[in-house]
Design a protein around this ligand. Structure first.
Ligand code: ATP
Ligand code: MG
Length: 679
């Protein structure tokens, strides 16, 4: 089981270091903290596999904690779906926890903060407070309520709790530092008034704690040793620690927050808000529509837990945002199904084929191997008769040497059956082929051991016996979006990129009778067509199959997958729109045009870059130090962002010094100025 240290991901390395520094192994404890405001998606699977993977690796408990602090968006339906998905992925949590179980404790701590002069009730409008917030480069302005007496704050907060005030009129804020370079430390919000019943606490509360005030304290209460979250929380870490400084008992385990990059997937969107929009607008049939990147959608599509876990493993855990190509996910399921799916036959676009020398009324039960990849996978019977369906596209009246399927005068093998030769066709008035007449080498039956049965012919076709064929509906899916990164455009809505042809329904396909026994979750390879699974809407007498994935990658990329998904998004693709989901990409976009700007516009661009830089991790920025000298706009943007990071405490290193030095030497005045500012 033990991995050598080189194959540890960086989170595992952090844990190893903590153990080496004396943290007792028994104190390791992790959690997965979903907000029950939507279904889990493939991005969440990264976090689930990471946290539960740590639990497995260190034999440590992993809590499932519902982060349920916002009653306007949370529902029991989501709680149930989340639990089901995690179990389906094959993980078991130690304790099922809810942030709402800590509401009273959080409230008590808030009272203590007020008493010690570290929190106050603000009555200003949201706009006024936003204005006072300042910018990353200029300090904020203190609220006129900041120095209210403790008594007044206690009175107001208790009245907030009692429901005396309307939403938006009063909030509780921590009193930290309005000049902090970290905007989140500028007197952040602790409580707001929300007059809505909570799915668990009902109407007990009309004030609800904010995420920042809840998360670390919940970790602390549950004795979580490592609280692992995604990069956008990096700048929240200072606040996480500040709150713990106020409430934590020095003798108790103090949780530590560490961040890793979100998993993004090409050709889809991943935020629950956007997925909800797809559901509510009926663009898809529900959260579990097989085109959705949700765990439940993937399950319905035919993905297995193993394939999703495998995908998490090969995509890895990184410190930088990147977009993983969806073809890697498809690769993982294809591998799994190739090993495990039962081989069957079905014809999606049928044309009738008659074997003229095969006796009328005769039926043979032929033997089909269930899975050539698995020893002893067994066999099942397939009925064969004189009249069959084959795929229309498997026949051409006359064809060149490269067509290895059926044409007049040529031979092919019918899978598990005989070698046939096409002799003639019958057409309707419009000239469409409605029957193909063939003769059959009656000695050539597969597996019969005769000389003819060993004969090699170029092509093998799948087929079904018309008399025995069972009707089935087939649902084939294409990508839900036709753009690689549909939510990366600042000027266009992701909904504009919905692929109108993402669902194709074949109402009447014909499948072999063995499939009448198909059960939900069974996995099939329809020979030569792809992998399929029964849909939950199927009923007795009405088969419906979802196509999980084709046999080959029809969207194959020139760039090798493994290489592509390991690169940071910033370098991954030169195209304008790839991966612009993160702040760093947004900075690059603004920077590109930076040198064309002047006056107010230049000032605004600068402010925006600095604001965005708040969300950027140094690991994301460093690769951009290598930006070509002629892309001076980008270099300026990076310099501005670097300034913000340094102010926030980023340590100087050789790469930083070199980048600043190069800036100072540059011929562009703007760049020199920015470099001087942080020299
Ligand atoms: P979304 O933006 O999709 O609504 P979220 O972060 O608000 O996601 P939560 O329910 O808060 O969703 O997420 C639960 C956990 O899963 C958090 O720890 C979060 O960091 C992690 N997570 C969410 N999305 C991703 C992702 N794309 N990649 C990796 N981890 C993720
Ligand atoms: Mg969240």
């Amino acid at each position: 089981m033990a991995k050598d240290s080189e194959s540890l991901n960086f989170i595992e390395q952090i844990v190893e270091q903590d153990l080496a520094a004396g943290l007792p192994k028994e104190q390791l404890r992790f959690r997965f903290p979903p907000e029950p405001n939507g279904y889990l998606h493939i991005g969440h699977a990264a976090s689930i596999c990471l946290n539960f993977g740590l639990g497995e690796r260190y034999n440590a408990p992993v809590n499932l904690r519902f982060d349920d602090t916002n009653p306007t968006k949370e529902e029991q339906e989501y709680v149930d779906a989340i639990k089901h998905d995690i179990e389906w992925l094959g993980f078991q949590w130690a304790t099922e926890c809810y942030s709402s179980d800590y509401f009273q404790q959080l409230y008590d701590w808030a009272i203590e903060l007020i008493k010690s002069g570290k929190a106050y009730v603000d009555k200003q409008s949201a706009e006024a407070m936003a204005e006072q917030k300042g910018t990353p480069t200029s300090p904020g302005v203190e609220s006129p309520h900041r120095n209210q007496s403790v008594e007044e704050n206690l009175d107001l907060f208790q009245r907030m709790k009692a429901g005396e005030f309307e939403p938006g009129t009063h909030i509780l804020r921590a009193k930290i530092d309005m000049a902090s370079p970290n905007m989140l430390m500028r007197d952040p919000l602790l409580y707001r008034i929300v007059k809505k019943a909570h799915h668990r606490t009902g109407n007990d509360w009309c004030i609800y704690p904010m995420y920042d005030w809840t998360h670390g304290q919940s970790d602390y209460l549950e004795s979580i040793s490592h609280s692992i979250c995604t990069l956008e929380f990096k700048s929240h870490r200072e606040l996480y620690d500040w709150f713990l400084d106020q409430i934590a008992d020095p003798d108790r385990l103090r949780p530590k927050q560490r961040e890793f990059a979100r998993r993004n997937l090409s050709y889809t969107v991943m935020s629950k808000r956007k997925l909800l929009e797809l559901v509510q607008s009926k663009t898809v049939s529900g959260w579990d529509d097989p085109r959705m990147p949700t765990i439940s959608g993937l399950r319905r599509r035919g993905y297995t837990p193993e394939s999703i876990r495998k995908f998490s493993e090969v995509s890895g855990i990184t410190k930088r945002d990147s977009v993983t190509d969806v073809s890697l996910l498809e690769f993982c399921i294809r591998e799994d199904l190739n090993k495990n799916a039962t081989r069957v036959m079905g014809v999606l676009d049928p044309v009738k084929l008659i074997i003229t020398n095969y006796p009328e009324g005769k039926v043979e039960m032929l033997t089909a191997e269930n899975n050539p990849e698995i020893e002893n996978s067994g066999t099942h019977e397939v009925p064969f008769s004189r009249e069959l369906y084959i795929e229309k596209e498997d026949f051409k009246e006359s064809a060149g040497n490269k067509f290895f399927r059926l044409s007049i005068g040529k031979e092919v093998r019918l899978k598990n059956a005989y070698i046939i030769k096409a002799e003639s066709v019958v057409k309707d008035n419009a000239g469409n082929i409605i029957e193909i007449h063939c003769t059959c080498d009656l000695d050539s039956r597969s597996g019969s051991g005769t000389e003819s049965s060993e004969r090699k012919v170029k092509g093998t076709l799948h087929w079904v016996s018309i008399q025995h064929a069972v009707k089935a509906e087939i649902r084939e899916y294409d990508r839900l979006f036709f753009d690689e990164a549909p939510d990366s455009y600042s000027d266009r809505n992701f909904m504009e990129f919905v692929n109108p042809e993402s669902l194709k329904i074949v109402e009447t396909a014909f499948v072999e009778p063995f499939l009448q026994e198909a059960k939900l979750d069974d996995k099939f390879q329809f020979q030569r067509l792809g992998y399929f699974t029964l849909d939950k809407e199927a009923q007795a007498g009405q088969l419906i199959f979802n196509k999980t994935v084709g046999l080959k990658d029809s969207w194959a990329k020139q760039q090798p997958q493994a290489e592509q998904q390991k690169q940071p998004a910033a370098q991954q693709n030169q195209s304008q729109h790839q991966g612009q989901r993160s702040a760093i990409n947004e900075i690059q976009k603004i920077s590109k045009k930076y040198t064309n700007l002047s006056g107010d516009k230049l000032e605004t661009a600068r402010t925006n870059i600095a604001k965005l830089a708040e969300e950027v991790a140094y690991e994301e920025l460093e690769p951009l130090f290598n930006t070509a000298a002629k892309k001076v706009g980008t270099r300026i943007g990076v310099m501005i962002a670097l300034g913000v990071l340094l102010k926030k405490g980023q340590e100087r290193n050789a790469a930083i010094e070199a980048f600043i030095e190069a800036g100072l030497q540059d011929s562009n005045e703007l760049l020199v100025e920015e470099a001087k500012g942080i020299e």
